[in-house]
Design a protein around this ligand. Sequence first.
Ligand code: KG4
Ligand code: ZN
Length: 337
Amino acid sequence: MYILGIESSCDDCSIAVVRDGREVLSQATASSVDEHKKFGGVVPEVASRQHVEAISAVCKKAVTDANIKYSDLSAIAVTAAPGLIGSLLCGLSFAKGLAYALKIPLIPVHHLRSHIAANYIATPDLSPPFMAFVVSGGHSHIIEVSDFTEFSVVGRAIDDAAGEAFDKVARVLGFPYPGGVALDKIYPEGNPEAFVFPNPKTERPFDFSFSGLKTAVINTVHNLEQKGGEIPTKDIASSFCHKICSILSDKAVAATLHYKKDRLVLAGGVSANSLLRAMLLEKCAENDIELFLPPISLCTDNGAMVAAQGYFELLGNSRGPLSQNAFANMDITDKFI
Ligand code: KG4
Ligand code: ZN
């Protein structure tokens, strides 16, 4: 079964054709990241306009590269929540038009479910149950995955998500957007023990709170600026990376053990981070947990993961009407109506 997957929840316009939820036949992506760099972060209106301009050509390329005809497609899967509402509506409206014209099902897909599904492509024999750790620009969730469409959130960010903290710290240190990528590169050049940043406590053991950590880094930079000395950018960056990756990896492993799972699946943009991957590899090995790491190309937003999850949603009989709406916020456990 060929499914077309459309991802447009943020600044990437990405469309892919995936066979049976596991095999990527093609993927085309247009990113507006360079436009946003000028502003130090994603500008929603700019992102929406770029999606409108790019989406037809991106879709044509995906279908052509897959070497199939539109009539070979069985369904159109599209990210319908959560994300930037203007961006989501561009992808969803396009998907509806295509599904209507081809007379095939429209499958609205939750963005975090798609991130997890990137692992079904990377590891074709992977099936739930397992523990998933989704760390992206907008979310840091530890999720018990009991089936392809059954989820239970056991921990989440109560303020800034991990990616948001990376991006904001990077901005104050003068790195370009997206800051997580820049901090990842600079990490080995600094001393991770030069600064001791706080490890914010949360009421629930597997929740995350990064706003205090982010503020501590920002205050350190401002204090040093006021004293007029040189800012040890690399040391601050490394110390921050070390702290946030330690917190993320410790909690993900602790939750996996607490919920008696022996497999942990990593997902989301921040899962591209080298230090986080290295820490998780080490801690999972120490605790006899099998760790699944998606390749870097499947960590950040992409159409293939949407098509993959769309396949499993279709098997679970989930379909969207042509009146389907998009939602800026939605829990991973909720169903589309
Ligand atoms: O999943 P994603 O592409 O979009 C959302 O769903 O939010 O994640 C984007 C986030 C950004 O905050 C970006 O800085 C972060 O992922 N990111 C990274 C790395 N690559 C992307 N953070 C740390 N290290 C990286 N290598
Ligand atoms: Zn994402």
